[in-house]
Design a binder for this molecule. Structure first.
Ligand SMILES: NC(=O)c1ccc[n+]([C@@H]2O[C@H](COP(=O)([O-])OP(=O)(O)OC[C@H]3O[C@@H](n4cnc5c(N)ncnc54)[C@H](OP(=O)(O)O)[C@@H]3O)[C@@H](O)[C@H]2O)c1
Length: 289
């Protein structure tokens, strides 16, 4: 039988590193720590070694289609398939960031949403039976974070929540947000003032679409896609203000990565850091942490 393979994006630090560590302990197969920077990735592999854990490294910049395709070719030719994919890599501008909102909107949506989508588009054809996909979303990725009460926000929530939403339509929605942000008109059109939040709402919406489409295109293959809020975690992204350790933040993502064959739920779900399945459409949004 071919060796099982798990892949984590943005695995060199923070929650991604915690997920790699958890998978090294619990996954019965080969674990790939991927990172956009070779030096940082290899240093993380060395840190794991000091703990007696073994992961393999490969370069993967989710913001580069070329890099994603090179990784896909490598996995295909080396292993022929893939069993676990954890889309963890993301960026978040600090509150004090000086980049204009238009730029923050464009870059956040491109890296966090389009990057995740591109990784999936290239790697999903390699997913084997009982494959498990986890998107690390956020509390900011709950639909109710598009929280306006005016008709424009209500209409946006309706479109995101549409059980028949497609990926092209989702891309169109996010393109509209970015284009409105460039004109400083996103607020009056019902969007929140959070580039990171919109990028994560898109990731959460993508989860539902992908589960529905995989169930249709590969019935019986039991490929499960979920997204997760890992909690408020002590990492560079939170300027180390988070209250959870990276191992605590890795708990729910690694649990979802290791869901047993033919699990009934969650499938296409939005999962909280305590592993609870949360109603993404109607909320209420659980307390932040
Ligand atoms: N920390 C929290 O409280 C919290 C809460 C909710 C959700 N999240 C989500 O959890 C995930 C991990 O966050 P974190 O807190 O661990 O953040 P972090 O410490 O900033 O780590 C982010 C990781 O993503 C990588 N990355 C960024 N852009 C990339 C790209 N283009 N290609 C490949 N890797 C890239 C970074 O690599 P470099 O080292 O090269 O920059 C780093 O390894 C993210 O999806 C984040 O949105 C975090």
């Amino acid at each position: 039988m071919a060796a099982k393979v798990a892949v984590v994006t943005g695995g060199n630090k923070g929650i991604g590193y915690g997920i790699v560590r958890a998978l090294c302990k619990k996954f019965e197969g080969i674990v790939y720590l991927t990172a956009r920077d070779e030096g940082r990735g290899l240093a993380a592999i060395e840190d794991l070694k000091k703990e007696g854990l073994e992961a393999k490294f490969h370069l993967l910049d989710v913001d580069s289609l070329d890099s994603i395709q090179r990784f896909r070719d490598y996995v295909k030719s080396t292993y022929g398939g893939l069993d676990v994919l954890v889309n963890n890599a993301a960026i978040a501008y600090k509150v004090a960031a000086t980049e204009p909102f238009a730029e923050q909107a464009e870059v956040s949506c491109r890296v966090n949403f389009i990057g995740t989508l591109n990784v999936c588009n290239e790697l999903f054809p390699l997913m084997r039976k009982h494959g498990r996909v986890v998107h690390v979303s956020s509390s900011a990725g709950h639909l109710q974070r598009i929280n306006g009460q005016e008709p424009e926000s209500i209409e946006l929530r309706k479109q995101f929540a549409d059980p028949e939403l497609t990926t092209p339509k989702l891309i169109e929605l996010i393109d509209t947000f970015v284009s409105l942000a460039k004109q400083a008109k996103h607020r009056e059109n019902g969007w929140p003032n959070s580039a990171y939040g919109v990028s994560k709402v898109a990731v959460s919406a993508l989860t539902r679409i992908q589960q529905r489409e995989l169930d249709q295109s590969r019935p019986g293959d039991d490929i499960v896609v979920n997204c997760v809020h890992p909690g408020y975690v002590d990492t560079d992204m939170t300027s180390h203000k988070g209250v959870l350790t990276i191992d605590q933040g890795a708990d729910a993502p690694s649990h979802l990565a290791l869901l047993p064959p033919n699990v009934k739920e969650p499938r296409g779900g939005y999962v909280w850091h305590n592993r609870a399945i949360v109603d993404w459409v109607n909320g209420p949004t659980p307390t932040i942490y």
